[in-house]
Write a protein that binds this ligand. Sequence first.
Ligand SMILES: Cc1ncc(COP(=O)(O)O)c(C=O)c1O
Length: 385
Amino acid sequence: MTDIRYDFGSGRSDPETFPTEALKQAAVTVLDREGLEFTRYPGNLGHAGLRKVMAQRESDREGVPVNPDHLILCNGSMQAVTLTAEALQEAHGDTVIVEEFCYPGTLSAYRNLKLDMVGIQLDEGGMKMDHLESELRRLQGENRLPKFIYAISTYQNPTGFVMPRARRLEMINLARRFGVPIVEDNCYGDVHYEGPIEPAIYALDDDPNHLYLCSLSKILAPGMRLGYILARPPMLERVLARRHDAGSNTFAAAVVAEFYRNGISAHAAIANPVLQEKRDLTTRMLGETLDDICVWSNPVGGLFLWVRFPDDVDRGMLWKSAQAAGVNYIPGAAFHYRGNNAPYLRLAFGHLTREQIRAGVPILARCLKEARGSNEARNFDTLFD
Ligand SMILES: Cc1ncc(COP(=O)(O)O)c(C=O)c1O
């Protein structure tokens, strides 16, 4: 096993800003106040206090009322990804729409459910609507309209791009025209650095068939394993019918509800600027070492940079030499809905120290250059052709 010293792999919040002391206090408070609750099974919706706080979080961000009784707490938002797919799936082989490059956890869950994924091309505004429309029309002609559209429309994983409001409205219109629900994954919605916040789909459209997923992993810590689904009845009951685990961790939920009792913004105001600074450092290092052969995204939120490199990079060689040099990243193929070996890689920057970023990016740059078949300058200026 190689010693990975520069792990640009997994998307995590910054350990520096993890609020250990405040959580310790919160744990003592909730044990004193509601200790007996933890001797019971949580139930399908989960801890009422955290549902209330998260409903407020959504309502504050989106400016629309959110009913805490329409919010289902889950074991991370990954469970939400699976539960919502199970609720909307009718049979093996059902079609679903995903972004051409998408979160690998979702791709793996959908593959496991034997869903047939159709990927929609991306640009700097997320899914391209002309492609979505033509694929919906094609699938309708083949009598296999998708069961849902899965979209990470804000700080998309892996590209970091945000779908603008106008395009969200177009997607809503297409979904309505073809009668297909949208599963909106807003895992990174509050990891926001700069610029306007685009509205969530559920705030733009009250179609009761749309589903919304969010997480506590990226604003606090993935070890809490807390995420949730927003679903309006009767879709709420349809999702709950798939659940067989007696609910999610009430103790973690109670501690986090206490920690966030006045909302999420105070901690976000501490955590996000640190992440933003690391984004800036990572892009600066990329600029100093790879500007001649690569382009990358400059996301206004989220935890990732999406890097495009020349076609003549031997991807197997790059992986081996980067690992041997102690650098981890996620290759483009892991995000492609069909596993295509695309000339991209994703860098997560949130949990690395500044020193690791400063030292790791130049090593990756050297590995990329050594894995090339030529010395030619790059012949592209954008992430997507
Ligand atoms: C888009 C997206 N959805 C869902 C998840 C699952 O996160 P968690 O289960 O930690 O909430 C991730 C994790 O990286 C993600 O990127």
